[in-house]
Structure formats: C-alpha cells, structure tokens
Write a protein that binds this ligand. Structure first.
Ligand code: HGY
Ligand code: MN
Ligand code: MN
Ligand code: MN
Length: 437
C-alpha cells in the first residue's frame, strides 16, 4: 500500500486520473495474491505451471474477462485463458494479443501480465460504449512461458502454433509429478489431440501484438514511457551434467581429482567471457548465463562427483547465437577432456530471433505518435510469447517502462499507472488505426 501511495503521488504531477492505468495496475496487484506454496508465506510471487495458484490465476482472469464484456472467455486444454470480443461481424478475422501469467520464482507482478490486462482494459471500454470493431479481438493469457516447473518454455503460446513437444508429457517436476498428470489433476484431457486442436489457423488472424514491461534500463535512461520493439533476440536453452568421481575431500590430492563442479565453474567463466566478447561477428550482441548450478548430494567434505547446470544463450540473430552455442559446447568438451570427465548437454528450447513485421511495427509507431510521445525503437533481449506466434503470423511488440531501473525477474519489478495508462491508450489507438484501414 505504500507503493500505491507513491504511485498516486506520481499521478498528481500529471493532474489527470489515469483511470485505465489504475484498472490494469489494480488487476496486477489483485492477481499477485496467488502464489505457490512456500513462496506465498514469504510474501514472494511465484506462479508456475498448473499449480493451485496458477489455476486460481486462470479462473480469476477468466472471471475478469467476463466482467469486462468479452463475448467468450474460457480456459483451454493447456490452461491458457482465452477471451474473445467479436467484431461487428462475428465471423470477421481477429487480432490476436496477450502474454503470460506464469512467473519466475520470486518474480514481479507485471512481467507477462501487463500484456493480458492492457487489452482487457480496451475491451472493457469498447463493451461499455457498445462499440464493435470491424475485426474480432482475441486476448490470451498464456499459461506457461517461463519454463520454471517443467523445462517446457513457451508451452502456452507454442500450443497455438502447433509447437507442443509430446516429450514434455513425461517430464517430471521437482516432486516427481509428470506434466501429463499435472494436466489431468487440473481437469485437462492431457491428450495430444486436444492440444493439437488449439492450433490457430493463421488465415483467420490479422496478426499478433504483445504489450510487455521492458525489463531493462533503456526507457528509464531516456525518460520515455513506451518503446517500440524492432526484434526479439533468438535464444537457446540447455540442461547439462558433468560426471566425475566423488571422493574424500581430505585425502584426494589436488592433481588426482575428477571434480565435476570446478569443470562447470570453468565453463561458466568461459560463457561469461565468450558471450561478452566484442568482435567483428557478434559485435557484443550475445548474452550467456549459467543460472542453475547444482551438486546432487553435495557435501562439505566430498569432491563433487556430479554437477548439473543450465545454460541460456541469446543473440540478435540465429547464426550469431548458434556460433556462440557451438563454441560453448566445444569448450565444455575440451574442459572435460582435460579433466578426465564426462558430460551431457541437452537442448531444451530453441527460439528463433523474431524481427517485428514492418507493417505492425509501424502501427505501434503511429499509435505512440498519436499520444504526442517521441518514438524509441529497441530490440528485446528477453524472450516473449510473440516469438512463438512469429512462427505463424506477423507480430510486433510495445514495451512499457519499468521503475527501479527497469529491474525484472525480481520482486522490485514495478510500473506506474501513468505509464500503463499510456500503453492502454496506445493499444486503443492501434485498434482505431486498424479499424480505419
Ligand atoms: O527468459 C525470458 O526471456 C523470458 O522472461 N521468459
Ligand atoms: Mn519473464
Ligand atoms: Mn515475460
Ligand atoms: Mn571419514
């Protein structure tokens, strides 16, 4: 509530009540009461795929969609929440939009969720005015984007483009629950046929747009509330394991160890250096992260016999990303060879770089200009559901400035209802623009 007071003060300086921004801001606050067990008690926001909290979020979003005046609202076979506001002719093509409502562990309230609530606020306005557009509006709250409970990143948006990997069904979470069982427990059929039926026919859609909090410092630094996304960086994710020999920490001489963890430490340092390298090819456009590093059954007095790790590699283009991945794999092989270790490295996610469709990027630009705001075009370092829809239809994204230096994947992630209000108005302007075309 202190946040809320600070935010209301921010509103004062504009002298107008950002009513739609407040509505969206309130939805973000209210949805954040749902959090997974263990995190909820600590006041942390964690909503992972198909947990009780996740299902409660889905039901809440569906209920809000109905209150807003959507003609249809439902939870689909993978847990996505789908709301449809028909066009004047209910059979007309639809604009697809939305983002995800799952979160990283101890994440923020806006990552993903803004992109569901901003278009919902627009539908609420349209429905109140009894206005129909010459096209339908389909707003999707994607159930899974972050790849937290299962290594099934983009499961929600992937299902709309036929990208559901059947191998995900048998993946286990940390408690040994298979994804298919989690689906059944949540009341879903958990059949590949039901999931395949979620695939959208691109011919029935105009395109896909997504509003998202920036998750970086740029808009803060240039003091602008909105940014136009030019492209989304391509990414690759791996899970790896190095196998050595667990042995006594007191008696194993330093030159006879087969330490799996020091090998992964070496790899992490290599990733940092290689991804940060500025050369003619990559031009410093790569990022690489070893975000999980675990010694199973590790003990203070045992040389690590196994070390599991994750690897996240990204770049502005697929070839630069792939060159980075090839170098990292070769380095891992060399480290293990030198240290007498074995390794596995399994790709679990591949998302292509997704340049914005020029016509859709221009629609966002006209929308932002219509608010008398300067244009700032920028690439997205973070991955988004738009990358999946990119496989099937033209897409473009709009970024909203975050507070606190734009920090994200962190509970400090925040925004103001003023900035959110501008994003709602930009979305409404894009709809108007499209209605006139
Ligand atoms: O990891 C990402 O880029 C996104 O937040 N899922
Ligand atoms: Mn995220
Ligand atoms: Mn996100
Ligand atoms: Mn002993």
């Amino acid at each position: 509530h202190i946040d809320r007071i600070a935010e209301l003060r921010l509103n004062d300086k504009f002298g107008v009540e950002p009513a739609l921004g407040n509505q969206v801001w309130d939805w973000c606050e209210q949805l954040a009461v749902h959090s997974d067990p263990g995190y909820l008690e600590r006041g942390e926001l964690t909503v992972t795929y198909l947990t009780e909290a996740h299902q409660a979020c889905a039901r809440q979003i569906e209920a809000w969609m109905r209150e807003c005046g959507f003609d249809e609202a439902r939870v689909d076979a993978v847990g996505n929440v789908v709301g449809v506001y028909h066009g004047a002719d209910p059979s007309s093509k639809r604009l697809l939009t939305g983002s995800h409502f799952d979160t990283v562990r101890n994440g923020g309230k806006y990552d993903g969720r803004l992109g569901i609530f901003v278009p919902m606020a627009c539908v609420q306005q349209l429905a109140r005015a009894g206005r129909r557009l010459p096209f339908g509006l389909e707003v999707v709250g994607f159930a899974e984007e972050e790849g937290q409970r299962y290594p099934a990143t983009f499961l929600g948006s992937g299902a709309l483009v036929g990208g559901f990997d059947p191998a995900w069904m048998t993946q286990l979470d940390a408690d040994g629950i298979a994804l298919a069982d989690a689906m059944r427990a949540a009341g879903h059929p958990a059949t590949l046929d039901a999931i395949a039926a979620l695939r959208r026919d691109p011919a029935r859609y105009l395109g896909f747009v997504e509003v998202h909090i920036e998750q970086g410092p740029v808009l803060n630094e240039i003091d602008l509330p909105l940014g136009i996304v030019t492209s989304i960086n391509g990414s690759l994710r791996y899970l790896g394991e190095v196998q050595g020999v667990a042995s006594h920490a007191g008696t194993t001489p330093m030159d006879r160890r087969r330490d799996a963890a020091t090998a992964v430490a070496e790899l992490a340092l290599y990733v940092e250096k290689r991804a940060g390298r500025v050369d003619g090819n990559s031009g410093g456009s790569c990022v690489g992260t070893v975000g999980q590093l675990e010694v199973p059954n590790g003990s203070i007095n045992v040389v690590p016999g196994r070390c599991r790790f994750s690897l996240d590699l990204r770049s502005t283009t697929n070839p630069v990303r792939d060159a980075l991945a090839a170098d990292v794999r070769a380095e891992l092989a060399a480290i293990c060879e030198r240290r007498g270790l074995n390794f596995t490295l399994t790709e679990i996610m591949r998302a292509s770089a997704a340049p914005s469709a020029p016509a859709w990027q221009q629609r966002w630009e006209r929308a932002v200009e219509s608010l008398a705001l300067p244009l700032h075009r920028m690439p997205s370092g973070a991955g988004h559901d738009a990358m999946k829809l990119h496989e099937a239809m033209p897409q473009a994204m709009l970024f909203v400035r975050g507070l606190n230096g734009g920090i994200s994947h962190n509970p400090l992630e925040s925004s103001t209802s003023d900035d959110i209000d501008l994003s709602v108005r930009a979305f409404a302007a894009l709809l108007d623009d499209l209605a006139r075309e």
